[in-house]
Design a protein around this ligand. Structure first.
Ligand code: ADP
Ligand code: MG
Length: 475
């Protein structure tokens, strides 16, 4: 017999030992296989009483499917058994405990750590989403950690919630409303999007140390859930704008306005492409090989850009590597790439000074011709400010933004035959002789190569990663 305070139940082929935890529907024990390997597993004992008869059958079918699922961030279901009272799920053992305990012991997690967990969670959710499986009971207690050191997140307890309504026959809410989307608690009508709300609550709790609806009384909790006020994010600790944006879009009360799964997976804070994983090192190395090749060919700016892209993968590769010696070896190599990239950056910058002088006249001609084209004028002005800032040595995010905005606007104008409405860039203008505007009849198009020179005197947009990365810490 399985149950709260009782002795561990008997199970064929296993010796059940200490109790690992008790959740909403089950008790989980640590167990050893009786065979030679003495494999350590976790056995979850689900009481059939928490299910109706139809659900038992459906659940057994579902478990068959879940048994086939293999994913590095999902707790592996190895096998299952049942008797008259219980269903026993034999699972991979996670020695790091659950995320709830992990957060409690640290009070709050730094954004960098929370992000890595979030990426791993997103990876598991993407896999489930692709297999049409919703979790419906996402909370830190259902997120396990593989090991105490260097833990990998493992999603547990999914695929069952659909057979276990959060409301029992007496209309009493089971589980924790702290993590449930408001529509799940208030309307009892919901869909897969409730999982995204719960992701928001988990991220919020990891960063601020308590869930957004934390309350002193049930009345207070109910008021918070039923309210239509937007969720306010505490101002401390300070977070990156991407992180705040994601939190706000996940914690949107109206499921129709909430971020969608696709938007979530593509969100810059989630950035699944650069999440630490077994491929990070390989991707970094491939880019470095390309960078070295371009460097040998004398193409400094292409080499620099490739080194920067490689570093975006080396940082997660370092996070992922658990072997101390290999980690150190990667760190040393990365240090060398950074030094080389620094040299290349200086080289590209000095080249840009020369080009600047050539670029200026082109920009002046363009300005002269754009006198009665306000949009063109504004875009060129923006470019001039960016160039001036760069000349003053202000190689920062604002300068980069100005470059990007002006180039974006100019490219738009380039694509638009009549950028400023009637009386746009003159048709067949004889100012074409100046070389700045190519007056194709009826198109008034700017010549891309001159435009490029005018906007980015060094012939290369300072890529954001170039500006930022030398200041990033590794590992
Ligand atoms: P329930 O469905 O009743 O909520 P869970 O599967 O969430 O049950 O398990 C309850 C608790 O048991 C978890 O919060 C966790 O602390 C512990 N636990 C569950 N599965 C494992 C496992 N595979 N390894 C280690 N601990 C586990
Ligand atoms: Mg649980």
């Amino acid at each position: 017999m399985a149950g709260g305070g009782c002795a561990p139940p008997r199970l064929d082929g296993f010796v059940l030992t200490e109790r690992l935890g008790t959740g909403t529907y089950a008790t989980v024990y640590k167990a050893y296989g009786k065979r030679d390997t003495r494999e350590v597993v976790a056995v979850k004992c689900v009481s059939k009483r928490s299910l109706n008869r139809a659900s038992v059958e459906n659940l057994l079918t579902e478990i068959e499917i879940l048994k086939t699922i293999r994913h590095p961030h999902i707790v592996e279901l190895k096998d299952f058994q049942w008797d008259s009272d219980h269903i026993y799920l034999i699972m991979e053992f996670c020695a790091g405990g659950d995320l709830s305990r992990f957060i409690r012991m640290r009070r709050i997690l730094p954004e960098k750590v929370a992000r890595i967990f979030l990426q791993q969670l997103a990876c598991a959710l993407k896999f489930l989403h692709d297999h049409n499986i919703s979790h419906l009971d996402l909370k830190p207690q259902n997120i396990l950690l593989s090991t105490p050191e260097n833990p990998q997140l493992k999603l547990a307890d999914f695929g069952f919630a659909q057979y276990m309504s959060p409301w029992d026959e007496k209309h009493v809410l089971r589980g924790s409303p702290l993590y449930m989307a408001p529509e799940m608690v208030c309307r009892q009508q919901y869909d897969a999007r409730v999982d995204l709300w719960s992701v928001g609550v988990i991220l919020y709790e990891a960063l601020f140390g308590r869930p957004p609806f934390a309350s002193r009384s049930f009345a207070e909790l109910e008021e918070k859930i039923r309210s239509d006020r937007a969720i306010e994010l505490p101002s401390r600790p300070p977070l990156s704008p991407e992180c705040r944006d994601l939190l706000q879009r996940l914690l949107e009360r109206d499921p129709l306005k909430r971020i969608s799964f696709e938007e979530f997976f593509a969100h810059p804070f989630v950035d699944m492409e650069h999440m630490p994983g077994p491929e990070s090192f390989c991707k970094a190395t491939n880019l470095v090989v390309e960078a070295v090749k371009k460097d040998q060919e004398g193409d400094a700016s292409a080499a620099l850009s490739l080194y920067c892209k490689a570093l975006e993968y080396f940082v997660p590769a370092l996070h992922y590597e658990s072997d101390a010696r290999r980690k150190e070896a990667i760190r040393t190599k990365v240090g060398q790439y950074i030094s080389r990239a620094e040299e290349l950056k200086a080289l590209v910058a000095s080249k840009s000074k020369n080009l600047l002088q050539q670029g200026n006249p082109a920009r002046e001609i363009l300005k002269e011709m754009a006198k009665d084209k306000p949009r063109l004028c504004a875009a060129l002005e923006m470019a001039s400010v960016a160039v001036a800032r760069e000349e003053e040595g202000k190689d920062d995010g604002d300068t980069l933004e100005l470059y990007q905005q002006s180039l974006g606007e100019l490219l738009l104008l380039l694509a638009d035959p009549d950028p400023d409405g009637p009386g746009g860039v003159p048709e067949g203008s004889d100012q074409d002789a100046g070389g700045a505007i190519h007056g194709q009849r009826g198109s008034g198009r700017l010549r891309p190569e001159l435009l490029h020179l005018a906007v980015t005197p060094n012939g290369m947009l300072p890529a954001p990663r170039c500006c930022r990365w030398p200041r990033r810490r590794l590992g």
